[in-house]
Unconditional design. Structure first.
Length: 365
């Protein structure tokens, strides 16, 4: 669908029109199309780019945790849990999800910039990073709000107001654009609240833990909810006072993402609250808190738990990736090759004939 829009007359109009009626992502569209040309249409190379971006995020994240003086064991656990988790399958196995990664890259870059003395040049860089993230993903729009929470808790009184407004400006600008130019949908607020609540309570523990799974029953909600709450409370108590604003910011991040997903995705059904595409941020928020608790243990226990958790999170890749590559790779390729020209082979409404034309035009393989 992206290539279909980019190849039609009116490239500039395509860049600024809402993507799939959901959001305003001109920067992501431009970078995505550039990646298609730069890789020569190789989907393997595009997936490799996803993983390169993922590694960059892991490095930015680990460096940020170190700047907050988290214990080394906590940093190792947080980075490995986020970096190796097979529950990130969709984000790391479908190039369309590059927008979520780009938003995180710009968000972490802005957060790093806020930790130093924010002079005019650095302030401009913070603004541009947050604006760039918001132009890549709807979840990127929320980044400025998250960092405004951090600024209000961490910075001195003389800096708070100006920096908070600086962080909120890209959020306000893109929220206004979304409100004015992206089609609205009716929201059932009780359903949206339920969706947000289930996302918040269940992720990121629901998929990797052997909790009751049938219809998201009360057992799953109770186990995941109690465990997440206990981890946050204990981590907050064990953390050094200087680290606590960081932990509160992570909780705010989790809450804000939950609210935005509840508003925008409630109609997709509660079964989607734990889908793979929604694990990325949840793992970022949870990992450091669990890591702080692990860092309180004796050295052998730390090493054992980190290794067991890393293995447990990474091992399912072997099972999931084969199914994913079949459903999202071989099946789609076969449909493009064999379907009648007028047939639609996926929800994008692109016909098989048009898809074959785009394959030839962009040398897709």
């Amino acid at each position: 669908m992206m290539l279909d829009g980019a190849s039609r007359p009116g490239f500039g109009r395509w860049l600024v029109e809402p993507f799939a009626g959901e959001g305003f992502f001109p920067l992501y569209k431009l970078l995505w199309l550039g990646a298609v040309h730069a890789t020569g249409g190789s989907y393997f190379a595009m997936i490799l780019l996803l993983w390169i971006t993922h590694v960059a995020i892991c490095l930015l994240w680990g460096f940020l945790l170190a700047r907050f003086d988290l214990p080394p064991a906590a940093i190792v656990f947080a980075v490995l849990a986020f970096g190796l988790a097979s529950t990130n399958l969709e984000t790391l196995g479908w190039f369309m999800q590059w927008n979520a990664q780009l938003a995180i890259v710009f968000f972490l870059a802005a957060w790093h910039l806020l930790l130093g003395e924010v002079r005019p040049v650095r302030a401009a860089a913070v603004f541009l990073c947050l604006l760039a993230g918001a132009l890549c993903s709807t979840r990127g729009i929320m980044s400025g709000l998250v960092l405004a929470v951090f600024v209000l808790m961490r910075k001195t009184r003389t800096e708070r107001t100006g920096l908070a407004l600086l962080c909120l400006t890209p959020t306000a600008l893109l929220a206004a654009v979304m409100w004015l130019f992206v089609p609205h949908h009716q929201v059932q607020f009780d359903a949206a609240l339920l969706y947000a609540g289930e996302y918040l309570v269940l992720n990121p523990l629901y998929e990797p833990l052997p909790v009751p799974r049938q219809n998201f029953d009360a057992g799953a909600l109770l186990i995941c909810g109690l465990l997440k709450t206990a981890v946050f409370i204990l981590a907050f108590r064990k953390a050094a006072p200087a680290v606590r604003p960081f932990l509160v910011t992570l909780v705010a991040f989790d809450l804000i993402v939950a609210a935005s997903l509840g508003y925008s995705r409630w109609s997709t059904g509660l079964a989607t609250t734990t889908s793979s595409r929604y694990q990325y941020i949840s793992l970022l928020c949870f990992g450091p808190m669990a890591g702080i608790l692990i860092a309180q243990l004796r050295v052998r226990a730390r090493v054992a738990i980190i290794l067991i958790c890393a293995w447990g999170l990474a091992y399912p890749w072997k099972r999931h990736i084969e199914q994913w590559s079949t459903e999202r790779g071989k099946v789609v390729r076969a449909a493009v090759e064999r379907a009648r020209p007028e047939e639609h082979f996926d929800p994008s409404l692109v016909t098989a004939g048009r898809a074959r034309e785009l394959v030839r035009r962009y040398s897709l393989h």
